[in-house]
Design a protein around this ligand. Sequence first.
Ligand SMILES: CC(=O)SCCNC(=O)CCNC(=O)[C@H](O)C(C)(C)COP(=O)(O)OP(=O)(O)OC[C@H]1O[C@@H](n2cnc3c(N)ncnc32)[C@H](O)[C@@H]1OP(=O)(O)O
Ligand SMILES: Nc1ncnc2c1ncn2[C@@H]1O[C@H](COP(=O)(O)OP(=O)(O)OP(=O)(O)O)[C@@H](O)[C@H]1O
Length: 787
Amino acid sequence: MDVAALADRLRTEAERANERRLLVLAGDRDAGIDAAYTALDAAEVADDDVTIVSSREGFRFERHAPNHAGNLLGRTRGAVVFDAHEKFSPNALGQVVGAVDGGGLLVLLTPPLSAWPERREWFDDHLAVPPFDLDDVGTRFRGRLVETLREHPGVAIVDVDSETIDRDGLTDPWPARPHDPPKAPENAAFSEVVYDACLTADQADAVGALEALRNPGHAVVVEADRGRGKSSAAGIAAGALAAEGKHVLVTAPAFRSAREVFVRAAAVVDSMGYRADNGEDERRIETTAGGRVQFASPVAAVDELGAGGEVDDHGGDDGDDGDRDRDSPDVVLVDEAAALPVRLLSEFLSAPAVGFFTTVRGYEGAGRGFSVRFRDRLGESEFEVTDVTLSEPIRYAPGDPLEIWAFRALLLDARPPVDQLVADATLDSVEYRAFTPEDLLADEHLLREVFGLLVLAHYRTEPNDLARLLDAPNLSVRVLLHDGRVVSVALLAREGGLPESTRRKMYDGQRVAGNMIPDVLTSQLRDEEAAEPVGYRVLRIATHHAVRSRGLGSRLLSATKEEFRGEVDWLGVGYGATPELLSFWRENGYRTVHLSTTRNDTSGEYSAVMLNPLSDSGRELAERHSRWFRERAIGVLSDPLRDADPDVVRATLAATDAPVNPSLSDHEWRVVVGASYGPGLYVAAPGAFRRLALAYFVGGDGDDGDSAQSDDSTDGSETQLSVREERLLVRKVLQAQLWENVAAELDYVSTGQCMRALGTAFRPLVDHYGGDNDTVVEERARFSDEF
Ligand SMILES: CC(=O)SCCNC(=O)CCNC(=O)[C@H](O)C(C)(C)COP(=O)(O)OP(=O)(O)OC[C@H]1O[C@@H](n2cnc3c(N)ncnc32)[C@H](O)[C@@H]1OP(=O)(O)O
Ligand SMILES: Nc1ncnc2c1ncn2[C@@H]1O[C@H](COP(=O)(O)OP(=O)(O)OP(=O)(O)O)[C@@H](O)[C@H]1O
């Protein structure tokens, strides 16, 4: 049998079973490309149904460069040729696999399989971060990948150099069973045309469940693996709702993943005859009933909800301000919800009705913060929640061998241990362990648990991270085991220790990969010595959801600290700042040295950078940067960080290790005492109030960011303000917001009341920081009768 005959048989078999087949063409690149043409001709895939992903150009097929393989997400193609000879990445592989249609072929062009793992590749360059070089990068990911190719059913391997077929990949499958026909639920509210648009019974059930969103107070969660038609179900329901006059706001991490929603919504609106012309905007569909379906990025969608619909930002706005809509959405549909952080998802709970669409196992949205953490929160909300699962694949038959192979090769279905196995974990039952990449590779269970826990807890873990875990020379894994099962994991990246020449380059603005903390401290914060000490950055940490808040995360960090004391200068971390996480890191001895001045696009969070020194030079580094952070805090909070969440600001400052001396002049004290105890005005000397507020937040007079718990309570200590007062200090004094806005946000009945509350809030600060100052004592005495 030659390549042509093999491809023909693979295709015939694939079509019969409505499954996909994988044809690996291993060997010389040109010979592989020629063989791919031969195979596609023999398999009779139409040219316009083929996509090639390659760094080369000049094919007669649709072509994408490997770094744009994401263009295939959510698409359906008869065959995809993936040229892995140049610029191969695990992510790109994950992105292309899902796009192959049932009855179609994935053709993978690789170097000779026995040599591929050892070959130094483009992706390896990314793993060879200074001070490591290419020779330090492992070969395990590709080694494991090749093994899976040799083992899995449905995978054919041809050696194009010797023109031999190593495996034919034929499985002689049963013919595909037809889909159960979709049917409308009894007493359906949407019209029959809507259900006619569904492809499977599962999809019709999902649309039936989504009818609930016609009324406020309902939430629907649709879960499925990739390619089950969930975006389409969202689109069909969106179209039907818009045809009833509803304003449906659709959001997703990128418009790309929501495109299918709009295609289906447009088709439904058209077939119902409700389409209103709104030009060429593919992100907005209007209906003659006055409804619409409209896209907004997650952060813009949250703004739109918060602003009662005043913002109409959908990323590609052409700026026709005159057309801006002022009514807020009736329904929000969140596609690829699992790819969004829980904090952002929670914001959608302010919508009147909301649908969440999540991929359970797949390239995008692999993070399952959704199912684990957010699902509980949704259950506790006011919404009446309906869950639907789509299990029947639409593109291909259930049990498709290519899907099974991809799950295994990229660990898309990795999971932490089941809850029951770890439920009894305590600080006494766990054991701290270091695992090398060899250990992980040798024990598939362990690898799945470690990676599964990272995926579960972090919304951005992707196939490239699996390769990093196995091959990157700068990464280390530390875990806590309970009865041999992984309950807590930390992924550490070695950073710093860079030679002078590299430090100089960094200082001069050149990016040095894999050294996030030294890079921020050197290039942004202008410290040419910052990359000299060596440290470990905690890249990721996660505790199994069933055993959180038992001190395990903290134990893992303290054990790490003990292990590395004497070996490196610092431990550090950089992450999307939330009040809870800031408090977790602070409790574990990490101190703020930076809060980024731009928000993360997806989460909308500002990143905090924190250090925990282990040696004298680490301490010098941490102290110097804590001090600089304190010195610039007033400037950045009143400018780029003006809109940062006040609770994040409180917790960030509480985790700063550099006491502030407010040092007010006598005149400034008079203004502050006047505004607190008498008729003076804040505006007469805002700078003085800022320094006092900063001293209060940083100084830690009993405040640890979470001690002030109820809005108006205090912990009894003299200088402890209530949470509301602290927020007032952040918003008005540190962030220089307008009185009107502050009063509205913090529920003061008037700006006058808000102003008075600010004066009152400053009294304990005046007493504490100015208690020994003669001017303060005198001034305060003048007002003591009145107040
Ligand atoms: C670089 C990074 O990885 S930053 C991101 C950290 N990781 C994550 O957010 C993944 C999901 N979260 C988790 O896996 C865990 O919550 C961890 C790793 C943050 C903490 O692990 P745990 O074993 O629960 O830690 P531990 O029990 O020692 O400390 C818990 C304390 O952390 C704080 N905390 C941290 N995150 C949260 C949170 N999301 N919600 C509530 N409290 C939190 C609380 O103060 C909590 O104390 P409490 O339970 O008394 O309220
Ligand atoms: N009702 C439908 N009518 C026509 N085509 C459909 C329908 N439902 C799904 N499809 C097609 O099936 C494929 C998968 O559907 P869809 O993108 O909605 O699934 P998904 O679960 O969101 O998949 P992915 O996770 O890959 O984005 C798409 O090519 C889509 O066009």
